[in-house]
Design a protein around this ligand. Structure first.
Ligand code: ASP
Length: 334
C-alpha cells in the first residue's frame, strides 16, 4: 500500500472559516478546523493544520503575512509532500503571485484556496475547493503555486479574482487551467511548470516602493506625471491602454516618465485590458525608446509580485530589467 501523502494546511483566514456576526462576516478561531474534520478525503492523506494566531480578512494582508507564510513553508518543506494555504479570496491572487516568485526552486505543490460562502453556510463552495486543493497538493509532478477554485486548478501567477458573487471567483484568461475537476479529474500535465532547480531557496519580500498607476483619459494623466515627479519609488507598473499604448503627445507625461527612468525607477508596461498583451503594433506602444519595459501579458498581481521579489533579492537593477520580460515561473508568454 502506498504511503499516505503528508499535507500541511496553513490557515490564514478568509470567508471560508468565518461566521455571521452583527458586524458582518468574521473569522472564528477553531471553526475551519472543526468543520473540515468531517471530510472523508482527510482519511486518505496525513493532514496537519497550522491555524494562524491572528486570522484575517485577506484585505488585511501585508508583507509580514507573506514573510510568515514563506518561512512556514520553508521550515516544514522537507517534512511534507505538499502545502495548502487557506486564504481569503480578495487578495488570494496577490499572495499566489508573491509565493510563485518567492519560493525559488520549488518542487512541491503549494495550493491556495478559500471560498465565496463560509463553510457554515449550507451551500458553501468551500467543501469542494478544499477537497480539490488537497488532491492537487498530493500530486508528485506539480512543482508550482496554484489556486484551486470552482473545479479548476489555475497557475497562481496567472490567476485573478473575477467575481465577487459567483462561485466562478477566479480565472486566468491568458493561460489555460492546470487541471479541471469534473467526474474525472483532467490533469493537464503538459502545461505544468517544469522545475529546473530542485533546491528551495526562498526570497523574503522587503518593503519595496512599487506603485501601479493606471492611465485614464483626462485628469489622471496629470496625476500620474505629478506622482512620478514627486514620489520616491523603486518601480512603477503602468497600466496602459489596449496593446500597451500611452498618449505619446502628452509632453508632461512623457517628460515625467523620462526623468523617473533617468533617476533609476523601473517602469513596466502592462495592458489594463483583461485579455491579451503589450505588443509593438502601434507607434504609441513602441516604448522601448523611452526605457519602459514590456510586461508582455502579465497580470497586475504578477507584475507587482515579480518586481517586489526581484527588488528584494541581491540581483542588480540592470539584470532585473532584463528579467522583467523573461518567463521565470510561467507568469508570461515571451
Ligand atoms: N473578504 C474576504 C477575504 O478576502 C473574502 C473571501 O474570503 O471570499 O478574506
Amino acid at each position: 500500500m502506498q504511503n499516505k501523502k503528508k499535507i500541511l494546511i496553513l490557515y490564514t483566514g478568509g470567508t471560508i472559516g468565518m461566521d455571521y456576526t452583527i458586524d458582518g462576516l468574521k473569522p472564528v478561531v477553531g471553526l475551519f478546523n472543526s468543520q473540515i474534520q468531517a471530510l472523508d478525503i482527510l482519511r486518505d492523506v496525513d493532514i496537519s493544520i497550522n491555524e494562524y494566531e491572528h486570522l484575517i480578512d485577506s484585505s488585511e494582508i501585508n508583507i509580514s503575512h507573506w514573510q510568515k507564510i514563506i518561512i512556514d513553508i520553508a521550515n516544514n518543506y522537507d517534512s511534507f509532500d505538499g502545502f495548502v494555504i487557506i486564504h481569503g479570496t480578495d487578495t488570494m491572487a496577490y499572495t499566489a503571485s508573491i509565493l510563485s516568485f518567492a519560493l525559488r526552486g520549488l518542487d512541491k505543490p503549494v495550493i491556495l484556496t478559500g471560498s465565496q460562502l463560509p463553510l457554515v453556510h449550507r451551500r458553501s463552495d468551500g467543501w469542494n475547493n478544499v477537497i480539490d486543493a488537497v488532491v492537487a497538493a498530493s500530486q508528485d509532478d506539480l512543482h508550482e503555486v496554484a489556486i484551486a477554485f470552482n473545479s479548476k486548478l489555475l497557475r497562481g501567477c496567472r490567476a485573478q479574482k473575477v467575481s465577487t458573487y459567483r462561485f466562478f471567483g477566479f480565472d486566468s484568461v491568458d493561460e489555460e487551467p492546470l487541471a479541471e475537476f469534473g467526474i474525472q479529474i483532467n490533469w493537464f500535465t503538459k502545461r505544468w511548470f517544469k522545475a529546473n532547480n530542485f533546491n528551495l531557496t526562498p526570497i523574503l519580500p522587503k518593503d519595496i516602493k512599487v506603485l501601479d498607476l493606471s492611465l485614464r483619459p483626462g485628469f489622471t494623466t496629470e496625476f500620474i506625471a505629478h506622482t512620478l515627479n514627486n514620489t520616491k519609488l523603486d518601480a512603477v507598473v503602468l497600466q496602459t491602454y489596449g496593446s500597451g499604448n500611452i498618449p505619446m503627445h502628452n509632453t508632461i507625461l512623457i517628460e515625467a516618465i523620462r526623468s523617473a527612468i533617468a533617476r533609476g525607477v523601473i517602469i513596466v508596461n502592462i495592458t489594463q485590458v483583461i485579455e491579451g498583451r503589450v505588443s509593438g503594433d502601434y507607434a504609441s506602444s513602441c516604448l522601448n525608446g523611452l526605457g519602459i519595459i514590456s510586461g508582455c501579458d502579465m497580470t497586475i498581481e504578477a507584475t507587482l509580485a515579480k518586481l517586489t521579489i526581484l527588488l528584494s533579492s541581491d540581483i542588480s537593477r540592470e539584470k532585473i530589467k532584463k528579467l522583467i520580460s523573461k518567463n521565470l515561473v510561467g507568469e508570461l508568454t515571451e
